[in-house]
Each structure stands twice: as C-alpha cells, then as structure tokens.
Design a protein around this ligand. Structure first.
Ligand code: ADP
Length: 620
C-alpha cells in the first residue's frame, strides 16, 4: 500500500473539514428557516384563532340574543295570557277578592310556577323568581312567597320604564348583587294594568350561553354590563385590578377588533391580554372574551424565537471549528509523531550502522595493531638477522683463536719434555678471554631481542649505543668491502632513551646505508671506496642541547620520488626477500616516541646522511 504523504493528508483533511462546515451551514440555515416559518405559522395561527374567537363570540351573542328575545316572549305571553287578563277583567268588574280574584291569582301563580318549572336549559331553571304586580307596584303573585317568604329585592320594581309598552330587560344592583330582571306589561282593553316581572337565573345563563366551552384559546368569556361583570366565567383567580382594567374596555373597546391590554402586576411582572368585545343587541350587555396573549401566540417573541436557533447555530459552528482545529492539530501532531518515529528509526539504523562501522574499525585497528606488532617484530627479526650475520663473523674470530689455542696445548704437551707451563697458561688465558667475548656477544643479542621495543627508558650514552650496534656488524661490513668509520665525541651524550630500541634504529640506518653502497658497488665505479660514517655530535636547537647521530654513506643518494614516500610503511625499492619497507617508518615512530627527531639530507650521486637527535639530559 502506498503511504499517504503529509500534504495529501492535510488536503484530505481540508476537504473533510469543508464538507463538515458546509453540512453544518446547511443544517443551521435549515433550522433557522424552520423556526422562522414556525414563527410565521404561529402568527397566522393566532390570526386564525382570533377569527375563530370572533365567530365564536358571534355565535354566543346570537344565542344570547335569542335567549333574551325568548325570555321577553315568555313574559309577554304570560302578561297577555288568559289567566292574567281574567284577573284584571274580573277585578275591573268588581269581583270580590276573597273568592273570585283569589282563584284567579292562584291560577296565575300556578302558571308562573309552571313556567319556572318548565323553562329550563339543560336542567337549569331559567327563571329565579316571577312576579305579577299591579300599577301600584303591589305584588299580586310571587312564586317564592309560598316557599320561604323570601324578601323582594330592594328597588326591584323601580327599575322599569313605566310607560314602556313592551318587554324590557333591566340590570341593577341590590343587596350587593347584580340582578337581571325582565318585565312585560299586562294590557287589558288597550290599557296597561300591571306587569309580569321575572328575575333571571344568572348561573344557568353563564353555564349554558356564556361559558359553554368549545374554544380553548380564550379561556374567559364574560358578560359585562356597564363596566361591571354580570357573569364571570373564571372568578376564582381573577385579579380585581385586572378585571377593572379589562372591564373598562367593555364599553370602550372598538367592535370586531382585538385589543391588547398590558397588565403590570406588582410593578414587575407584565402580562399581556387579548380582549375582544361583542355587544348583544336589544340588551345593554357586552360579551367579552379575553385571555393571556401567550396562550394564543405562545410566550416567545420573534427575537426569542430566533435566539434559540441563533444560539444553536453559534454553538454548532463553534463546535465544528473546535473539532476542525482539534482534528487539524491532531493530524499535524500525528504527522510530526510519524516523522519523529521515522527519524528515530533512521537514527537507530544509522546508529547501528555506526556501531557496526566502529566495531569494524576497532577490529581493523586491532588487526592493524597486530599487523604493526607483527611488522615491528619482523623488522626486529630482520635486525636480528643482520646481527646474526655479524655474530657469525664476530664469533668465528674468537672461535678460531680458541681452536688454535686448543690445538697448541696438545702440541706443547707432546714434545716429551716438561711442558712449558707459561705457554699453556697463556693459551688458557686466550681461550677464557675469547670465550668471554663470545658470551658477551651472545648476551647482547639476547638482551637486544628482549629489551628492544619496550617503552621504558633510561639514561644512556648515544656513543655506547653506536658502539654496541657496530660491534656486531663491523666484521660483516668488512667482508662486504665497506669501511665503517666511527667519529664519536669524547664527551658522553646522555639522553633518555631505550638504548636497545635506538640500537635497532642505528642498525636499520646502517643496513640501508650498506644496501645503498652495494648498489653503487655493482655499478663498477672506478676508484670507488664504500664508506659509512657514524658521527656523534651536540647540536643546539631552540635553546635546547641535542645529542645527535649522523649516519652517512657515499652511495647514489635518494631520488626525490623515493624521498617523498620513504617513511611510509611498506614502501621499499628493494627485492621482497631483502626489504620490507618498514625500517624507516618503525625507526621514525621509535625515535619520536622517545621525544627525538629523525631527518635526512641527500645529494644525487654523492650519498645521504640520516640524523637522529634526542634532547640531552641536563647534568645535575
Ligand atoms: P627497506 O630497507 O626494507 O626497503 P626502509 O624503510 O628502511 O625499507 O627504506 C625504504 C627505502 O628508502 C629503501 O627501499 C630505499 O630505497 C630508500 N633508502 C633508505 N635509506 C637509503 C640510503 N641511505 N640511500 C638510498 N636510499 C635509501
């Protein structure tokens, strides 16, 4: 699977974020328009419900009108009834009250009582009480009189227009109570003779014509007379101040219009009420319908409606932005972590590689060190080999002497005469001396093999080192027709060195000089005499006294191509069986390890001089 790059990841994330943002904007707008249309729907619903209440009010007022005209008709019917007419006719004819008129009144009472009994709406009596009075307002018949002798309400008969010739409705207050009273004139032979008066049951009116339910939006339907409540549907919780306020509208409120009343209660809580009025024709009554505005239009205003979705959109957008930011920073973090992990992995692999390389190098260095040790050893062996050749020469001379002396002793003894004692003693002396010399040579070789290359140093005389080195090879050089000249200082050249190591260096320089001379010898130069000179001297350099050894040969000199690489390890111009190329490089490191220097000068065809110098040990 191809890994997704960081840029691709970020652009993918950008696209996803844009999608989320777009979706949220669409959702937010949808919500906004939904709520706006909901608000509009609610407003039109309010209009519809207000229209409905108007219709309902119309219906209720029509039924009330019908109710009142019915009642007027009831009373007119009673007033014009045969029973009532008979009474007034009989009375005008002078019929005695005790017999004839009483019967008439009894019959009228029965008629009125029956009317009360029969005129009901849904089981509720329409009439509370019925009277028949004459023109002097004397009560002729009272439906309640027989039952409990209830008092006639104060001023009951004063309310009517005496000259009115048709039924009339009067509302008045007496004994702290509003009453609705109907009266119809009794006319006999064209003359008004009395009145039938009816006190209407307000409860039945309210229950059956005002508060009949059906419309729930308006929860109060009241019948109001001159700013006063005749019938109030909800009496229990009505606030007197509120009622007063709404009551004022009963006559002032324009018809067929809704009025909004703001009622401030306790100077803090404000309630709005919607009120609508419908006058009832023929009677001085208004039908009021009113309710709290919020029951029809809801408690929220347009801004309150918008506040919800607005907040919702803000919260939504904020959350989306937060999510997007969080996601983006998460991705960046993840990418960084990935990069860091990748870098860590790379670093780890590089580290491993480095470790491997280091191990490899250490191994190589170890091998090189081993190689160097082996090379040093092999070079030392070569020096030993050189020495061995010299030893052979050196030992052959004392051995020849020993052998000669040993042969002489039997000869001296075989002369059959008293041995010449002194001669034998001399011979023995020679043998001992030569043997000592041989032991010394062998001891020196053993010491050289053991001590050369060690790091420990001691104070030694450079002249002694030269003598030791040359003692072993002088004979060998002689056999090669090479003259070895020593030009050593009388004074000791005390330096801090390992004398055997420096002896190894001197042997190297002498061997190289010998090889250079052999080369020139092979060229058969005329009158040529091979000479190697070792010269010791004191030199002053940078205010320091140095003990120096100069090894010079009169060979061909060193060409510049060779001189540049001469001190490099394994550089040689000799045959493999003769040279290793390590002599000068090992000599250089030996001399420098002990604080000395090695240098050379050469002249083509004339020869070369190698110089090693060590700081002189200051005398105390
Ligand atoms: P090796 O003697 O085994 O060749 P060295 O390191 O001792 O190795 O010498 C390196 C080379 O330097 C020699 O092969 C030779 O060519 C050159 N060289 C050293 N000493 C002399 C000298 N005295 N005269 C001329 N050439 C020399």
């Amino acid at each position: 699977m191809t890994p997704i790059s960081k840029i691709e990841l970020i652009s993918m994330n950008k696209r996803a974020n844009l999608l989320i943002l777009g979706a949220c904007l669409v959702l937010g707008s949808y919500l906004f328009f939904l709520i706006l249309s909901n608000f509009q729907a609610q407003s039109s619903l309010l209009e519809v419900s207000l229209k409905r209440i108007c219709l309902d009010l119309d219906k209720r007022s029509t039924s009330l009108e019908y109710y009142f005209s019915e009642r007027k008709h009831d009373l007119s019917f009673i007033a014009g009834s045969r029973e009532v007419s008979a009474y007034f006719v009989n009375k005008s004819l002078g019929m005695s009250e005790a017999y004839g008129l009483k019967v008439n009144l009894f019959v009228i009472n029965q008629l009125l009582s029956k009317t009360i009994e029969n005129k009901t709406v849904q089981g509720d009596s329409i009439y509370e009480r019925l009277f028949l009075i004459d023109l002097d307002e004397q009560v002729l018949v009272d439906t309640n009189l027989k039952i409990d002798d209830e008092l006639i309400p104060t001023g009951l008969f004063d309310q009517f227009n005496r000259s009115a010739d048709e039924a009339q409705l009067v509302i008045y207050e007496a004994d702290n109570r509003l009453r609705m009273v109907l009266s119809a004139p009794c006319v006999v032979k064209g003359e008004k003779v009395g009145e039938v008066v009816a006190v209407l049951q307000l409860d039945s009116l309210m229950n059956n014509f005002v508060d009949i339910g059906g419309i729930n939006d308006f929860n109060r339907f009241d019948l109001v007379y001159n700013n006063r409540w005749l019938i109030r549907s909800e009496q229990m919780d009505a606030n007197p101040d509120l009622l007063k306020m709404i009551g004022k509208l009963a006559s002032d409120l324009p018809l067929d219009r809704f009025e909004k009343v703001d009622f401030i209660r306790d100077q803090a809580i404000s309630n709005s009420f919607v009120v609508v009025r419908k006058p009832i024709s023929q009677v001085p009554l208004n039908l009021l319908a009113w309710t709290e505005e919020k029951t029809v239009s809801g408690s929220l205003t347009l801004w309150q409606h918008l506040l919800g979705p607005g907040l919702l959109i803000i919260i939504l957008l904020t959350s989306v932005i937060k999510i997007i930011r969080f996601k983006t920073s998460n991705i960046i973090l993840q990418t960084r972590i990935d990069e860091a992990t990748k870098q860590q992995k790379e670093l780890k692999s590089k580290n491993n590689q480095l470790n491997e390389e280091m191990e490899h190098r250490l191994r190589a260095e170890g091998e090189l060190e081993l190689q160097r040790t082996l090379s040093v050893r092999s070079d030392r062996l070569r020096s030993l080999g050189e020495m061995a050749a010299g030893i052979a020469h050196e030992l052959s001379q004392p051995l020849t002497g020993v052998r000669g002396m040993a042969e002489l002793i039997p000869l001296i003894c075989s002369k059959q005469r008293a041995p010449e004692q002194q001669k034998i003693v001399d011979c023995s002396q020679v043998i001992v001396e030569q043997s000592d010399r041989m032991v010394h040579i062998i001891d020196h070789v053993r010491l050289f093999a053991r001590e050369a290359g060690k790091v420990e140093t001691s104070t030694a005389d450079l002249n002694d080192v030269v003598k030791s080195a040359t003692s072993l090879i002088t004979a060998q050089f002689k056999s090669h027709d090479i003259e070895l000249k020593l030009e050593l200082t009388e004074k000791e050249l005390s330096v801090q060195i390992n004398p055997f190591s420096v002896e190894e260096v001197v042997l190297n320089l002498l061997t190289n000089a010998r090889d250079a001379l052999e080369c020139k010898q092979s060229q058969e130069c005329l009158n040529y005499k091979s000479i190697i000179t070792i010269c010791s001297a004191v030199r002053e350099e940078n205010n320091q006294l140095l003990g120096c050894l100069h090894v010079s040969d009169n060979g061909n000199g060193i060409p510049s191509t060779v001189a540049d690489k001469m001190f490099d390890p394994f550089f040689t111009t000799k045959d493999p069986d003769k040279g290793t190329g390590l002599g000068l490089s090992i000599s250089k490191s030996i001399v420098e390890e002990m604080g000395g220097t090695i240098s050379f000068v050469t002249q083509g065809g004339e020869g070369s001089t190698f110089t090693i110098c060590f700081p002189l040990v200051s005398e105390r």
